[in-house]
Write a protein that binds this ligand. Structure first.
Ligand SMILES: NC(=O)c1ccc[n+]([C@@H]2O[C@H](COP(=O)([O-])OP(=O)(O)OC[C@H]3O[C@@H](n4cnc5c(N)ncnc54)[C@H](O)[C@@H]3O)[C@@H](O)[C@H]2O)c1
Length: 331
């Protein structure tokens, strides 16, 4: 088993988007391992920045409210870091259709700003990028491996793909060690719970906790790969400290698929309330629907000592427990 403490103890780690779900989960793992963690977050509405996500470790890390698009700020912030998890992002693919300029600005130009400053001021740090399964567009076969064609169907997916190529370019041209991930559907504690723009399970959990109606599009047979955020953060962390992963692209998910209606039934049974209705696919969703998606995690598992430990039922249960305890900080 990889001895993470010996690999990250005393290391300087920068996490952009660090007050959000994935970034703060990483911080929760890194601080007890002895890493010197700095979080960068612009706290942009309606994304998931929440100081409560790090309340228990607030005195053991540094928080810098800054925007990854800010050239002057990032010039200083990248210096002296050993690992940079560059997770800041516009996360809603539907919003990217409404406002493609904002999406390109954050998800492409913001990331260019970080890697360009790394090239100038800190080219030896490892940088980890969080792309999306949406980069694949319509799914041609399952489980989806890294060789599956990329056919982005929204500006979000397009800009994530452009950013992925950006990291690969900086690795090939300037040897900046990067690890690129294409993430399936993450969920779990510390996600925003205010809207349905991303993290579907979390939103449905809120609806069920308020005994409201959850709408299933179409017959509910569509299959997705839901990954619990703790398992996801473990994979990101292990890949960052594994030199064989540098310069590589990995698909990351649970490696198993669940039908949409099965996910909703599980969730409602755990919460013990919530109504379910079937509705026709809304037009704007039909256009971007990818078809069933299951992640092939073989390449990742060959590279790091990792396996998803949390099945869907336990993951939803842990998530429910978390929001029952801390509802006031997320509603
Ligand atoms: N949640 C998902 O469904 C999902 C799926 C695949 C990939 N990802 C990617 O993972 C990353 C983290 O997502 P998350 O789920 O933790 O979402 P999140 O909304 O919880 O966290 C994103 C954080 O980035 C911050 N941010 C946004 N723009 C910024 C900017 N310009 N400068 C600095 N900070 C900024 C937000 O304030 C927020 O705290 C994102 O890049 C996202 O695209 C997320």
């Amino acid at each position: 088993m990889t001895d993470l403490a010996s690999l990250v103890n005393g290391k300087h780690v920068l996490i952009t988007g660090g007050l959000g779900m994935i970034g703060s989960t990483l911080a929760q793992k890194l601080v007890p391992l002895g890493a010197k963690v700095t979080l960068v977050d612009a706290c942009i509405d309606p994304y998931g920045a929440n100081f409560f996500n790090i309340e228990n470790i607030r005195s053991q890390l540094t928080v810098n409210i800054a925007d990854i698009r800010d050239k002057e700020a990032m010039k200083w912030l990248v210096r002296g870091q050993d690992i940079i998890f560059n997770l800041a992002g516009q996360v809603s693919h539907n919003d990217s259709i409404e406002n493609p300029f904002l999406d390109a600005d954050i998800n492409y130009l913001g990331h260019l700003n970080v890697v360009e400053n790394m090239r100038k001021f800190n080219p030896h740090a490892v940088v980890v990028f969080s792309g999306s399964r949406l980069q694949f567009g319509r799914i041609e076969y399952n489980p989806v491996d890294e060789k599956h064609p990329l056919n982005p169907r929204t500006p979000y997916a397009l800009n994530k793909t452009a950013a992925e190529n950006l990291y690969k370019f900086y690795f090939e041209m300037y040897e900046i060690p990067c690890v690129v991930f294409r993430i399936a559907n993450p969920y779990g504690p510390r996600s925003q719970m205010k809207h349905s723009k991303y993290c579907m399970i979390n939103w449905f959990l809120r609806l069920a906790m308020e005994n409201k109606t959850i709408s299933i599009f179409g017959d509910g047979e569509q299959m997705r790969d839901y990954i619990y955020v703790e398992d996801l953060a473990d994979a990101l962390l292990l890949a960052a400290v594994t030199p064989a992963c540098h310069g590589e692209v990995f698909n990351v998910g649970s490696g198993t698929g669940a039908r949409f209606k099965e996910m909703v039934e599980t969730l409602v049974s755990i919460v013990g309330q919530g109504k379910v209705q079937s509705v026709p696919w809304p037009k704007d969703y039909v256009n971007v629907e990818t078809g069933d998606y299951i992640t092939n995690i073989h390449k990742l598992q060959d590279a790091i000592d990792w396996k998803p430990r949390t099945d869907l039922r336990s993951g939803i249960q842990h998530t429910f427990d978390y929001y029952q305890r801390h509802r006031a900080h997320y509603w």
